[in-house]
Design a protein around this ligand. Structure first.
Ligand code: SAJ
Length: 420
């Protein structure tokens, strides 16, 4: 193949078939590319090859089913040669809040041997600044026969770019196509080639920059949201202390033309906003007191809510507490970093009695509650009828129109303001 090809992309290998990788693979396949999705989870691979999905995301099942039926989407546990590779694996942090790049490194190792001149690699995983260059250096060490962009710039055989995913769980398919994309190349040529690939599926603008800038753009977006949620959470703590209704306060404040305070809640969950700001703090610890403080405010919210419930529970000998919602936010099944789990966990150690969990999007309780026999997964009506105390943790649609008579006379902790 011509080393500086501008040929259209025919085949793409997407490594990591989670909340970002699988929708991306399915959308590219629906636009006619031959897509191989790769994941280490054999169960997910088998399900996808049957045209099914292992995650809940609106309309994803239909798209995957169609793409598999037409033969455009396949799944496997190992990469195969392709014109482009998209890496969409998790980037968690280790105990000391140090970014854990082991999934990216493993993905890059797995594709090194199938690379050929002319290929494009895109890192979509949220990454600390410098990760995309690290990938280029790592691949250069594995493939001395190819020239990589950190050393060869625009003359490289392989193009490497960072284009952070920005999709909102629950709206992934719509946002994948409509959102603007930031595309950071290690060289300008890398960015140009990545734009060519995204244009196959993206209607939003493709904005090009350097890989390092694109990395910080993504981290800044999530840190921005975290800081703003922390502000709302801090005001909610102030309201609690002063005996003022937080929802009324925020609603009135938001009538100001230049004020738009977000919603307080039980804490910030998910695999992104609770994690990514720490990547900035890790890169520049002295420069980031605000980002760090916001993380601490949001991380402290589950304990603050648990303390209030402990006080209410103290007036009962064996209280039955209903917890509505384990998912980290509304209308999804994702339990990662969910503040609900931390709250239930804290109470399970502090309060004796029965714990009734209602989570319409799961069929079994997570591992975190294994062996805790007083914690049960039940339906909404059972929980509301049997509970002494009711705690709403996730604002799922299914909880909106509850029978209010079932709440009467009971302490109700509506952490999302759903029933105000
Ligand atoms: N939350 C509040 N109050 C609010 C908004 C959110 O307490 O007013 C809580 C939610 O309940 C949840 C957490 O914050 O526990 C995060 O939810 P979210 O909807 O703000 O964001 P995520 O984590 O689902 O997705 C974010 C998005 N980033 C931004 O909006 C800047 C998404 O666009 C990113 O693609 C995603 O992170 C990611 O993968 O990085």
């Amino acid at each position: 193949m011509d080393r500086q090809t501008n040929e259209p992309f025919n085949s793409v290998c997407v490594i990591g078939l989670g909340y970002v990788g699988l929708p991306t693979a399915a959308v590219l396949a629906s636009r006619g590319l031959d897509v191989l999705g790769v994941d280490i989870d054999e169960r997910a691979v088998a399900l996808i090859n049957e045209g099914k999905v292992h995650i809940i995301e609106p309309d994803l099942d239909i798209l995957v089913n169609g793409a598999v039926a037409t033969g455009k989407l396949r799944a496997s546990t190992a990469p195969e040669p392709a014109d482009a590779f998209i890496v969409a694996v998790p980037t968690p942090f280790t105990d000391g809040r140090v970014p854990d790049l082991s999934f990216i490194e493993a993905a890059v190792d797995s594709l090194a041997q199938v690379l050929k001149a002319g290929d494009l690699i895109i890192i979509e995983s949220t990454s600390p600044v410098g990760t995309t260059e690290m990938v280029s250096e790592k691949l250069a060490a594995a493939r001395a026969d190819l020239a990589f962009p950190h050393a060869a710039g625009n003359d490289a055989d392989i193009q490497i770019a960072h284009s952070p995913e920005r999709v909102l769980p629950g709206k992934v398919l719509m946002e994948l196509v409509r959102n603007d994309r930031v595309i950071g190349g290690i060289s300008p040529r890398c960015a140009e080639r990545a734009v060519q690939l995204y244009k196959v599926a993206v209607d939003g603008q493709c904005l090009t920059t350097t890989a390092r800038t694109a990395e910080l753009v993504k981290l800044s977006e999530n840190a921005y949201r975290d800081v703003n949620i922390a502000f709302a959470n801090e005001i909610s703590l102030v309201c609690e202390e002063l005996g003022i209704d937080v929802w009324e306060t925020l609603e009135l404040a938001n009538h100001h033309p230049r004020v738009n305070i977000l919603n307080p809640g039980p804490g910030v969950g998910g695999h992104c906003i609770a994690v990514d700001p720490w990547f900035i703090v890790h890169s520049a610890p002295e420069a980031t007191p605000l980002i760090r403080a916001a993380r601490q405010v949001n991380d402290g919210k589950p304990a603050a809510i648990a303390d209030r419930i402990v006080s209410a529970a103290a007036t009962y000998s064996q209280p039955v507490i209903a917890f509505l919602g384990l998912a980290y936010k509304a209308n999804i099944d994702d339990l990662r970093e969910s503040p609900s789990i931390e709250i239930v966990d804290r109470l399970a150690d502090a309060v004796t009695g029965g714990f009734l969990i209602v989570e319409p999007h799961i069929s079994a309780l997570p591992e975190a509650f294994a062996g805790k026999h007083h914690v049960k997964l039940v339906d909404l009506d059972t929980a509301l009828e049997s509970a002494d105390i009711i705690v709403l943790l996730t604002d799922h649609e299914a909880f909106k129109n509850v029978d209010e008579s079932l709440l009467e006379g009971k302490p109700v902790f509506d952490t999302r303001g759903l029933w105000r």
